[in-house]
Design a protein. Structure first.
Length: 639
């Protein structure tokens, strides 16, 4: 919301602009004032809206033209003053002043101010004033209202500036079409969404308890029963369909705000809109959708218990048929307060029943993955779906840094991210699809986009969520060379086709090409139902893994359904990261410990006979099996 308001007074010479400003400040009539009063600043404590207000006077003579144009461009609202006893000053408003603002490209609210009503003889009704102003307001939508005053008596002087201030802080134009005397479509959409969010039991009616919760959220005060009944009586009188079962319907809620606006109580409707995150363009603000939430680079984000409870409650409220799943219509109803794009588009999930409805398990898994991959999306949807408490960031939690977990040898996370890498055709996609509950297919299709899947894995009675990501040959190099992306992974899984002689070389080359050995690692051999092929590699996969102090590749067959162990193995690696860092215990040692180990090994080697040492050097000739054996010995593992 704006924290300052700049009010500019314009009009023909002699209409009383400077006198109006002086009467406001002095609270009495000053007969002789200067041609243009200096700018006046009113501190926020003085105003009901708690905003700083600047009041700027202007002249209309030829010498004032340049200054006038500068001030018009800076104004938030313009008061066009005319004299009641000078019809020409009124007639020039639609033929000179309003076209002049448009010519400058100015689009701010305009207040018409009729001064010197003390000079008018006879009684003038509001209707006659409205008839006089209506043609101008019909042609110039920027005109908000008309106020008559007298700087001499003084009368209604403070009201001039109150309405000017209100025109900036609570503008009519975005909400109401004065010509049609109806709410504008964008206002209807916003208020309808607010109604749905406040309708806690989703029965299409705001009962007394829901109305009071709405009142508490927006105005920090409940309504008495008599006040609630008065509101419903007022709505019922205008439209009987606005009240049903002693509650306010959506039509009644919209009608209530129409009445507020028509009675000049725009601040009521704007307070409601702003409490629900709307700006003057009737769009949700970035600050509302994405509140500040700092996440250190080595941490991830998960739903907190409050977050899981909210998404569970939302699921249960919209599961109208109580079948434990959300069908297409129920999902559409649930997301009616959010943008049309589904947040998990292009991602695969388990938990669909035979009719394609989403189970609670799948629903929570989806939000677990979204929160892990991009917590800002979750923050926005918490707003869209009406998370009831502030701050909304309480629905999320930041995990302990990965480095801290690896030092302790145990992770406290509940949601893990695993990158799945391997050669084209090695079975990565089939593995991911099986994890998402999809049936095996012999048809091979190259992965052309990033594929993400999620499912829950039961680890000794504790439910963990595992997110698997495959990038395809197009994006895999880009991801693996980007340290910011690889640092997000809790596990990296290297997949090779155990029936393809060339498959393992691809992942061996990946390890050499990219710096990935700080990430807990698991090797997986797919297509175990086929004949095992001798890999065209200097050593076979099981030996390769042992040299890295890693477990041998987990054999799986998606075709025969032998896959469950691999997902438990991945979670096990994520939960105990130190056990699967390539290089084993040596890599987990501190630099000082590694130095001590090196000194001890050097001393042992130094104690060997010269002839044996020469033989040892020859034996470790690069490229020989002995050289590999020597590396294996230094790796600290025996068979």
């Amino acid at each position: 919301m704006r924290r300052d308001v700049r009010i500019l007074l314009v009009g023909d010479e002699g209409v009383g602009k400077s006198t109006i400003v002086t009467s406001l400040i002095k609270e009495s009539f000053v007969p002789h004032v200067q041609h243009v009063v200096p700018e006046v600043t009113i501190s926020p404590e003085v105003t009901s809206e708690n905003v700083t207000t600047y009041i700027v006077d202007s002249g209309a003579g030829p010498s004032d033209k340049h200054h006038l144009e500068l001030e018009v461009r800076k104004a938030h609202v313009i008061c066009v003053v005319y004299a009641i006893d000078d019809s020409n000053s009124f007639n020039r408003i639609p033929v000179y002043w309003l076209p002049y603002f448009r010519q400058l490209g100015i689009n701010v609210p305009v207040i018409l101010v009729g001064n010197k009503i003390d000079l008018r003889g006879g009684e003038v009704t509001n209707k006659s004033l409205e008839d006089e102003i209506r043609p101008i307001m019909a042609e110039f939508k920027e005109v908000e209202t008309c106020v008559e005053c007298s700087a001499k008596i003084p009368l209604n002087v403070s009201e001039v500036f109150y309405f000017a201030q209100k025109a900036v802080l609570h503008p009519t134009a975005p909400l109401y079409d004065s010509k049609k005397q109806a709410l504008k479509p964008a206002c209807i959409d916003a208020l309808s969404r607010i109604f749905k969010l406040c309708d806690a039991n989703k029965d299409g009616v705001l009962e007394n308890a829901e109305l009071n919760e709405f009142q508490r959220k927006c105005f920090d005060a409940p309504l008495q029963l008599q006040e609630l009944e008065g509101i419903k009586d007022m709505v019922r009188e205008c439209n009987p369909d606005g009240v049903r079962a002693d509650g306010l319907t959506e039509a009644g809620f919209l009608l209530l705000h129409t009445i507020f606006i028509q009675k000049g109580r725009l601040e009521t409707t704007w307070t409601v809109l702003r409490k629900f995150g709307y700006a003057e363009d009737l769009l949700l603000t970035e600050a509302f959708l994405y509140p500040k939430f700092d996440v250190p680079s080595d941490c991830s984000v998960e739903l907190s218990p409050l977050g899981y409870q909210f998404f569970t409650d939302v699921f249960e409220v919209f599961d109208k048929d109580r079948d434990g799943a959300l069908n297409k219509d129920e999902l559409e109803d649930l997301f009616s307060t959010a943008p049309p794009n589904v947040p998990w588009r292009n991602q695969s999930f388990p938990g669909l029943d035979d009719g394609g409805a989403i189970t609670l398990q799948a629903w929570l898994a989806r939000w677990s993955m979204i929160t892990l991959l991009d917590h800002k999306i979750t923050l926005a949807y918490l707003a869209y779906l009406g998370y009831p408490e502030e701050p909304r960031t309480g629905a999320l939690l930041v995990t302990r840094p990965r480095k801290h977990d690896r030092r302790r040898g145990k992770s406290t996370r509940n949601v893990f991210l695993c990158y799945v890498c391997g050669a084209a055709g090695s079975g990565k996609t089939s593995l991911l699809r099986s994890f998402a509950g999809e049936h095996f297919s012999d048809t091979y299709e190259p992965t052309g986009k990033v594929l993400s899947v999620v499912n829950s894995v039961d680890i000794h009675g504790s439910e963990k969520y595992l997110v698997l990501q495959e990038f395809g040959s197009k994006y895999e190099p880009e991801v693996l060379r980007n340290s910011k992306k690889t640092d997000l992974a809790d596990v990296i899984v290297y997949v090779h086709d155990s029936s393809d002689t060339n498959s393992f070389s691809y992942i061996s080359n990946l390890r050499q090409q990219y710096s990935l050995d700080h990430i807990p690692t698991l090797f997986v051999a797919t297509k175990s139902d086929l004949d095992l092929a001798q890999q065209r590699h200097e050593v076979q996969p099981d030996v390769y893994c042992r040299r890295l102090n890693l477990q041998v590749p987990v054999a799986v067959s998606v075709k025969t359904g032998q896959i469950a162990d691999v997902f438990h193995a991945i979670c096990g690696v994520a939960m105990h990261p130190n056990s699967s860092i390539p290089g084993g215990a040596d890599r987990s040692l501190s630099p000082a410990a590694r130095l001590r180990t090196y000194i001890v090994l050097s001393a042992l080697v130094g104690g060997l006979s010269a002839g044996l040492l020469v033989a040892y050097r020859t034996f470790l000739r690069p490229g020989t099996f002995a050289g590999q054996w020597g590396g294996w010995i230094l790796g600290g593992r025996s068979q």
